[in-house]
Design a protein around this ligand. Structure first.
Ligand SMILES: *Cc1c(COP(=O)(O)O)cnc(C)c1O
Length: 424
């Protein structure tokens, strides 16, 4: 029933139903384990023939409220919260793929995702094939019978690229391979990827969902729309699971087979559970998601225009600007026609960009995004300092590039701060 509510009302109220105390917020259940009613009850829970709580690595009532809320916001049927966004990615891939399989993904990815894929997963024997997301044929050519997912970001960070979701959905359908979308930078308020054909959606809840920059968290949402049996690529979901006495996930859990498998298999065995306290904090953040996103984007548009007209700014790249190379898809798929991340270069290159970063006083110089506070980063002197100038160019990051995650302050104050730091 809650799914029919508008996204704003859903964000404010979530799926939380008041308990007998009448408390308006979910309780924080700091309990590792849950009492079995009797031995039969315990056995049924372990056999998955009855739903309920066993141990907080698997399930927690506070965390469940967050999972149901985000699933509803994204238009999915179930979700699994994790300790971080990185872990949400790992849970997804660990459930879909094994040694010898491959994932076809974009070469425009968040840096942490890139290293997880290119370094860690490669060590587990899962091959990650990178392709240009502007060219769907490149993806098409890399898909074979060992491909277990097509993986993209709704707004690539820091490039601002927005994919043509329609083409990716068609490709996914053609090969019967699930489409996985990291929706961290857009949030369901700007785009709901499931509506455009995504099967699995991932968030670093650390960023906009929480918004306060206080806790880490991640979440994976199952759309319930992928036909695992018709795909034929996922015997772990469609044939008997020996660790559950021969249970077949697609038969037992129906449309929610993937979410169930991820929880009772990958999460049970690997761990990486979110703290109920962090889940509560993220739930609190979500209550203002829609209002924050509106201000984030409004501010980003104003800041981009200001930077465009500044004599000490060499270039501005923001997908919410009409003449931007990413604007067509941003306008088509993002409800507000742009995101809240932008990049720009200071005239004078590396040194001048570094100087700018050191001169701003309101904007934070930290390695994060999606906070209510404006954040500036200079990849060439920080996160990407190991890379040569040539390597930087190859990743689309010039030595003068500054990334801004535009916050929700009064934008005039941020503009003044930037203006002063840019010098006259
Ligand atoms: C930050 C981020 C992640 C990783 O999330 P953590 O919560 O930091 O582990 C993944 N994807 C994107 C797009 C991000 O911005």
């Amino acid at each position: 029933m809650k799914k029919k509510l508008s996204i704003e009302t859903l964000a404010v109220h979530g799926t939380y139903k008041k308990d007998e105390t009448g408390a308006t917020n979910p309780a924080i259940y700091l309990s590792n384990a849950y009492q079995f009613k009797d031995c039969t009850h315990g056995a049924n829970l372990f056999d998955l023939s009855e739903a309920g709580y066993i141990y907080s690595r698997l399930n927690n009532p506070t965390t469940n409220v967050l999972e149901e809320t985000v699933a509803a916001l994204e238009g999915g049927i179930a979700a699994l919260a994790c300790a971080s966004g990185q872990f949400a990615e790992f849970m997804t891939i660990a459930t879909l793929a094994k040694c010898g399989d491959n994932i076809v993904t974009s070469n425009l990815l968040y840096g942490g995702t890139h290293t997880l894929f290119a370094n860690q997963l490669a060590r587990f024997g899962i091959e990650i094939r990178f392709a240009d997301p502007k060219n769907i044929d490149e993806f098409d050519k890399l898909i074979d019978d060992k491909t277990k997912a097509i993986y993209i970001e709704s707004i690539a960070n820091p490039q601002g690229f927005v994919p043509n979701f329609k083409k990716f959905a068609e490709l996914s359908e053609k090969h019967k391979v699930p489409l996985v979308v990291d929706n961290t930078c857009a949030t369901p308020y700007l785009v709901r990827p499931i509506k455009y054909g995504a099967h699995i959606v991932i968030h670093s809840a650390t960023k906009f969902l929480g918004g306060h920059g206080a806790v880490l968290g991640g979440i994976v949402i199952d759309s319930g729309k992928f036909d695992w049996e018709a795909s034929g690529r996922f015997p772990e979901l469609t044939t008997p699971d020996e660790s559950y006495h021969g249970l077949v996930f697609t038969k037992h859990f129906g449309a929610a087979a993937f979410a169930a498998k991820m929880r009772v298999s990958a999460m049970r065995d690997i761990g990486g559970t979110i703290s109920p306290f962090n889940a509560f904090m993220i739930q609190q953040g979500i209550g203002t998601l829609h209002v924050r996103m509106e201000r984030h984007v409004e501010n980003a548009k104003k800041l981009a225009k200001f930077l465009e007209n500044h004599k000490n700014v060499a270039w501005v790249d923001y997908n919410g600007l009409k003449d931007n190379k990413n604007h067509k898809n941003a306008d088509k798929y993002l409800t507000l026609g742009g995101g809240s991340l932008l990049t720009f270069g200071v005239k004078g290159g590396f040194e001048k960009s570094k100087e700018f970063i050191e001169k701003v006083t309101i904007a934070l110089h930290v390695s994060n995004l999606g906070d209510i506070k404006t954040i500036v980063t200079h990849p060439a002197s920080t996160t990407h300092r190991q890379l040569s100038e040539k390597e930087l160019e190859a990743t689309g990051i010039s030595t003068d590039l500054i990334r801004v995650s535009v916050g929700i302050e009064n934008i005039d104050d941020i503009i003044k701060d930037f203006d002063k730091a840019l010098g006259d």
